[in-house]
Design a protein around this ligand. Structure first.
Ligand code: FAD
Length: 230
């Protein structure tokens, strides 16, 4: 991943962050790409954005890989919808590298007594990151390349086979769309986690750019709900 620190007077126009999954839409010509605000510092007039570098395809990934100090971005936002409930018994935070910034921000917001089970998929051991953890945080790193599996497959398996308690659980599950279907089924249909305690969605989809994914997401979700909720 590459961290870009964006600064300047535009930061003054951002409200204080009330969610941990706050994101902006970076404008590239006539399309946008969505990135989580990892942190925002109004005093320093800076915000941090962490970009997954995923090869030569796309706009945002290659831009971040090649960006030099002084490069300019335009953006819209912020949006956002989720922050951890301080009183949940267990916080289950699951994501691939694209959701790592949101999960790290959620960990920072948790009270120190909160129990968190964190499952993070990254390509390899070198891609692990220091996280803001306490003695009550258990982090399970899943290394995709070591298993030779597709995006999200090893992560799905790790969550499905993990031993975390039932009870008052809340879950934040984001990343590659292909893992969303089995994990949604697992949480709702097998574990019986109440829907209002779960934030789950695909941040991106293999083989689709963001425009393709966002325009087909409604259909994907409708088909998944029809299959799992009937
Ligand atoms: C609310 C929200 C928050 C997000 N926050 C972040 C964030 O903080 N950091 C972050 O890196 N991403 C984040 N994402 C995901 C990011 O928006 C997408 O990965 C986006 O498609 C990247 O744009 P791009 O121009 O690099 O690639 P695109 O032009 O969209 O896609 C080009 C190709 O690259 C593939 N691709 C896209 N993303 C990935 C990836 N992560 N790994 C491997 N292949 C990929 C696509 O499938 C496609 O084949 C977030 C998404 C959402 C909805």
């Amino acid at each position: 991943m590459v961290r870009i620190i964006a600064g300047g007077p535009a930061i003054d126009e951002l409200p204080p962050l009330s969610y941990t999954d706050h994101y902006i839409k970076i404008i590239f010509g006539d399309v946008t790409r969505t990135y989580t605000i990892r942190w925002l510092d109004h005093e320093a007039r800076e915000m941090a954005l962490d970009f997954v570098i995923h090869g030569d395809e796309g706009l945002a990934g290659p831009w971040a890989r090649d960006a030099k100090a002084g490069a300019e971005i335009s953006f819209k936002g912020p949006g956002g919808a989720w922050a951890p409930r301080g009183d949940a018994q267990v916080h289950l935070l699951v994501g691939d590298d694209s959701a790592l910034p949101a999960i790290a921000a959620a960990l920072e917001a948790l009270p120190s007594h909160a129990r968190a089970e964190v499952f993070l998929e990254v390509p390899d051991a070198a891609s692990r990151q220091e996280l803001p953890v306490t003695d009550n945080t258990i982090v399970h790193w899943v290394e995709r390349d070591a298993h030779g599996l597709g995006y999200g497959e090893a992560l799905t398996y790790a969550v499905q086979t993990a031993d975390f308690p039932d009870g008052d659980l809340e879950a934040f599950v984001h990343g590659n769309a292909d893992m969303i279907k089995p994990l949604r089924h697992y949480l709702f249909n097998e574990r019986g986690v109440p829907r209002e305690h779960v934030s789950i969605s695909g941040y991106w989809r293999t083989g689709m750019n963001e425009d393709g994914w966002q325009s087909s997401k409604g259909e994907f979700v409708a088909a998944m709900e029809a299959e799992q909720d009937s």
